[in-house]
Design a binder for this molecule. Sequence first.
Ligand SMILES: *[C@@H]1O[C@H](CO)[C@@H](O)[C@H](O)[C@H]1NC(C)=O
Length: 317
Amino acid sequence: MQFALPPRRNLDAPLHGRSSRLSLQRRKQLKAAAILGFALLVIYFLLSQLFYSSTGTPAAPAGTPSLVIVTVLDRARWSRDYIQRITKNRDDYAKRHGYTNFFANLTDYEPTLDNAPRSWSVVPAVRHAMASHPHSKYFFYLDAHALIMNPSKSLESHLLQRSHLDSLMLKDVPVVPPDSIIKTFSHLQPQDVDLILTADNEDLSSGCFVIRQGDFAQTFLDIWFDPLYRGYNFAKAEVHALDHIVQWHPTILARLALVPQRTINAYSKDSSGAGVDGNYKDGDLVIRLFGCDTDTKRSCEKEMEPYYRLWSKTIEK
Ligand SMILES: *[C@@H]1O[C@H](CO)[C@@H](O)[C@H](O)[C@H]1NC(C)=O
C-alpha cells in the first residue's frame, strides 16, 4: 500500500508504539475510502455510458439532410460567374439526393488562420458546417475547383453503403504515396470508418474527403488545425499536416478508409500529379481541376468551361 504511507512524523516514532497502531487504523480507513471512491467512479462510468447510449444520438428532426456538401468560396477573388457555376452544379446534385450545400466564405476564416496559407480554411469550414448542421451524419468536403459530372450517382450507392465501402477500401497499402512504411489497416470494418480519403501521386488529398459527424471528427479536426502544424511551414501546408497526422496517430488510422482516387477525386487532364488511374474518365462522379488556382499559367475559369457545358447538357436530358 505505497499510497498509504504514514505521515512523516510517524517515521520517527517507535515501531511498536501507540502511533504505529493508530497508523494501522488510518491505513484501514484510507483503504476503505479508496475502495469506496473506486466503486463510485465505476458506478458513475456505467451510468454515464447508459445515459450516453440512450441519448447520445438523438433522433434527427424531420427533413434533416443526411449529407452536407462543404465548399469554400473566395468571393473576394473569383468572378460572380465562376461562383455561380460552382454553386449551380452542386445545388443540382444536392437536390437530386436530398443533400444540402454549405457554401462557406473564405474571408470568414482568414482571421483565424494566423497568416497560415488560405488552403487551411478547409478545417474551420468543415467545423462550421458541422456546427450549423448538428444532426447531419456525413460531410463531403469538395474543393471549389471541381464539378459533379455524374449527378445521378448518389454518395450512398457510390461510396457510403457498407458493402460498397468495404469493396472500395484499400487495405494494407502505404497510407501516404508512394511508399510510406505505415499502411492502412487490413482488418478495418466499414462501420468503424469515420473518415474517407483519397490520395494522388504524392499526398493524401485535403481537397476532397468525407467525414462522419461525431467525437472522432471533433478530435481529428482539432488535431489537424493545431497551431503547431499551421505555424510549421510545411511545404504543402494542410496537406503535409494531414500526411503527418495520419502516419503518426494510429487512433486516426484506425478510423480511416482510403479509397481509389477516382471515386470522389478524379483529376482533369490538365492537372498534374494524379495517382495511378486517377485521371477523370467519363462516368466519374467528380472532376477536379487540381492545382488550377496555384499554377499561374492556368486559369480555373477557363478550364472549367468545357466541363460545365458538358454537365449542362447532361442535366437537360
Ligand atoms: C457566404 O456569403 C454569402 C454572400 O454574402 C452568404 O449568402 C452566405 O450565407 C455566406 N455563407 C456562410 C456559411 O456564412
